[in-house]
Write a protein that binds this ligand. Structure first.
Ligand code: GLU
Length: 445
């Protein structure tokens, strides 16, 4: 490791003890941008990196609610308002029992650069709760969302901080959160994105993360004069992101053969298409958090407790959660002839897996690949400000162009040789420059 990176990381670790996911995200980022900062002393002098790793504000709050039995439950809520140099804080809410300060700080940190890459005016933020939706009733989910918003409403607003969905937060939860915000503020504004299309949501927002990821991967393949046509794709997860990927991959002539959940993975040799894709939405809405149901319904083999990376494929797309693909998985993928690892989940690969995949296959990081989701959130904000709705074609056209531009920016800053691009470096530097320059312009604040 470079000496400057080492010294910097020691300070980050000392100041943020125990936050291992946050350390991982900062280290990956710092290794890319440190050489760039050394060459551009204006950033060094203004201590831009030191300022960037410190959230502007981190809010932690109590979320009490009453379950169906009448018992009182208490969860912890968070909102990390990380950086507002280029726009209001923007980023999702994650409801999952694994949620803690470290995870939300890593997600908020990555969100800064992802949002910058979209070229839309959005700062970086993230929030959520350790709430576990598994086995909860519809009414329990509603009461939890209402209690969460009873505190969050003080801190957010259409020009301040605009949350959206993430793991465990989809259209249903956004609806309950929005309803409570509107009641408390007596205002109908675009304070959240991912809303229902009848009440301010944007067409294509549910599909956007998956579609965007496939558009980005198509650009990577195009560099090698290749495409999705005829490709076997392994996908992890079964939620909204995996769903959008599956739809677009089918449209482009590829075949998705796996889905996974915390319980294991299913292998469907015929390909996941048609009603099988629609069934993914039902699994999500059931609050069971498992894919074995798919195996039973469609008679596909189910591998309990295993990850889908052992299946032979051309393209691997982790769509579930952080660190779900490690070095060993990456080695198996390479050995089986995989040519491309497209990280769709945030920090879905461990750092050594990402580096290995960059070297031996092709790899692109989540903050570039999955930026289509937040990009269409940005377009939802624009439509709300104009009090207008665009057609699906219009939104999709913007999304496609944005993903092409992000790919181009990654190539600009990440090209290593004629036929090799380091997408980690490209995405980090391209995302950094815009935010860093805005911070310089705005002084020491
Ligand atoms: N949670 C998504 C992400 O990781 C979407 C955020 C948003 O739309 O604000 O980027």
């Amino acid at each position: 490791m470079d000496e400057n990176v080492k010294v910097f990381m020691e300070k980050v670790m000392e100041k943020n003890p125990g936050e291992k996911e946050f350390h991982q995200a900062v280290q990956e980022f710092t290794e890319s941008v440190m050489p760039f900062i050394e060459k551009n002393p204006k950033y060094k002098k203004a201590k831009i990196l030191e300022r960037m790793v410190e959230p502007e504000r981190a809010i932690i709050f109590r979320v009490p609610w009453v379950d169906d039995k009448g018992d009182v439950q208490v969860n912890r809520g968070y909102r990390i308002e990380f950086n507002s140099a280029i726009g209001p804080y923007k980023g999702g809410l994650r409801f999952h029992p694994s949620v803690n300060l470290s995870i939300l700080k890593f997600l908020g940190f990555e969100q800064i650069f992802k949002n910058s890459l979209t070229s839309l005016p959005m700062g970086g933020g993230k929030g959520g709760s350790d709430f576990n939706a598994r086995g909860k009733s519809e009414m329990e989910i509603m009461r939890f969302c209402q209690s969460f918003m009873m505190e969050l409403f003080r801190h957010v607003g259409p020009n301040t901080d605009v949350p959206a969905g993430d793991i465990g937060v989809g259209g249903r939860e956004i609806g309950y959160l929005f309803g409570m915000y509107k009641k408390l503020r007596n205002e109908f504004t675009g304070v959240l994105t991912g809303k229902g299309v009848n009440w301010g949501g944007s067409l294509i927002r549910p599909e956007a993360t998956g579609y965007g990821a496939v558009y980005f991967a198509s650009e990577m393949l195009k560099l090698k004069s290749d495409s999705f046509k005829g490709k076997i794709v392994t996908v992890s997860g079964f939620g909204n992101v995996a769903w959008g990927c599956a739809l677009k991959i089918n449209e482009l002539g590829g075949k998705v053969v796996t889905l996974s959940g915390p319980d294991g993975y299913i292998y469907d040799i015929d390909g996941i298409k048609g009603e099988k894709i629609e069934y993914m939405l039902e699994m999500r809405a059931s609050n069971n958090d498992r894919v074995e149901d798919f195996a039973k319904k469609f008679n596909a083999p189910f591998y309990a407790g295993k990850k889908p990376w052992e299946v032979k494929c051309d393209i691997a797309m982790p769509c579930a959660t952080q660190n779900e693909l490690d070095l060993n998985d990456a080695k198996i993928l390479a050995k089986n002839g995989c040519i491309l690892v497209v990280e769709v989940s945030n920090m879905g690969c461990t750092y050594d897996a990402a580096k290995f995949a960059t070297e031996k296959m092709m790899y692109a990081p989540g903050k570039a690949v999955n930026a289509g989701g937040v990009a269409v959130s940005g377009l939802e904000m624009s439509q709300n400000s104009m009090r207008m709705n665009w057609t699906a074609e219009e939104v999709d056209k913007h999304l496609h162009q944005i993903m092409k531009n992000i790919h181009e920016a990654c190539v600009k800053y990440g090209r290593v040789s004629k036929d090799k691009v380091d997408y980690i470096k490209g995405a980090n530097i391209a995302g950094f420059v815009k935010v860093a320059d805005a911070m310089l312009d705005q002084g020491i604040v």
